[in-house]
Write a protein that binds this ligand. Structure first.
Ligand SMILES: Nc1ncnc2c1ncn2[C@@H]1O[C@H](COP(=O)(O)OP(=O)(O)OP(=O)(O)O)[C@@H](O)[C@H]1O
Ligand SMILES: [Mg+2]
Length: 283
């Protein structure tokens, strides 16, 4: 059932002990099978939101429901059976000595036999293109490699819901794209529900079903990328920008008065729009 809500956050407010109000008036329902992005500038509250949704922060006003049950009241084991969070900083997540041991920790903890654990680790490392790093010391990895190992650790557990805090930050351009393709595959083929925090506006419209924009701890816009990413000044207001290609077409349309009908968000859409509007060789 595609429209079934799996995760629902109602956060009236949350403040850190030093008085910083990090979130207010949040309403976010995530349906089964959705690939949802939380887009926001630095300090807008993305990490705080994911930590509350994963049950790591409990002293907020409101409630988060996972399959209808209040996360705050669930045993961590019952949360982690269904949902996993990849932290923003890999150093907060990785703790074992070697890559293999780190990725194996989750499936071992879930009680799988050693043969199954090894197979899960192999497959997870292959998914993030880290196959040959199993025996490597965690501390000797580069930042982007650590990010990949963190994500492999979650993949090895096979969660139905993944919360990812900036999964593409620190990856090289091809790595960023491949990571988004991997997440898309998990979402489409395995039905994994994904909530991903990011400020990567160029990648988002290519992959995500829905976006919410956070600004100063509040949701200021939400919807499909083409409804949310519409004008540069609105994005600048929340310290973000449009995807580069959208910005170019928006300027050509509004400042140079070229007769584009839409503001496309991806290179592919822009190419079609340009050919249709300005005429290609065959027109
Ligand atoms: N432990 C803490 N104590 C006090 N304030 C905090 C703490 N952690 C975060 N904050 C504040 O809460 C707000 C939201 O922070 P959060 O880390 O959720 O933002 P973010 O959107 O994830 O930012 P970034 O893009 O930099 O990761 C910020 O104003 C931040 O300074
Ligand atoms: Mg963050």
């Amino acid at each position: 059932m595609r429209d079934k809500t799996r995760l629902s956050a109602e956060i009236d407010s949350f403040r850190y002990p030093d008085g910083t109000v990090a979130l207010a008036d949040i309403r976010l329902d995530v349906a089964k099978g959705e690939f949802c992005g939380v887009l926001g500038a630095n300090g807008s509250g993305k990490t705080t939101l994911l930590r509350i949704m994963d049950g790591l922060i409990k002293d907020f006003a409101g409630k988060v429901l996972l399959d209808g049950e209040e996360v705050r009241k669930l045993h961590p084991r019952d949360i982690y059976r269904k949902m996993g969070l990849v932290f923003q900083s890999p150093d907060d997540q990785l703790f074992a000595h070697t890559v293999f041991e780190d990725v194996a920790f989750g499936p071992r903890n879930m009680g799988f036999a050693e043969g199954e654990v090894a197979e899960r680790v192999r497959s997870a490392l292959a998914s993030v293109e880290m196959t040959e790093f199993g025996g490597k010391d965690i501390h000797a990895l580069s930042y982007g490699q650590k990010k990949r190992v963190c994500i492999a650790g979650l993949l090895a557990m096979g969660h139905g819901i993944l919360l990812l805090d900036e999964p593409t930050a620190g990856l090289d351009p091809m790595g960023e794209y491949r990571m988004m393709e991997l997440l898309t595959r998990l979402n489409r083929e395995n039905g994994v529900t994904i909530v991903m925090a990011t400020h990567s506006v160029d990648l988002v419209p290519l992959f995500l079903h829905r976006l919410v924009i956070l600004s100063r701890g509040r949701v200021v816009r939400g919807g499909p990328p083409e409804e949310v990413l519409t004008a540069p000044d609105e994005m600048a207001h929340v310290k973000l920008r449009l995807p580069h290609i959208a910005e170019l077409i928006w300027r050509l349309k509004h400042e140079d008065r070229l007769p584009f009908l839409r503001v496309p968000l991806t290179i592919g859409e822009a190419r079609r729009e340009i050919v249709e509007t300005l005429g290609g060789e065959n027109q």
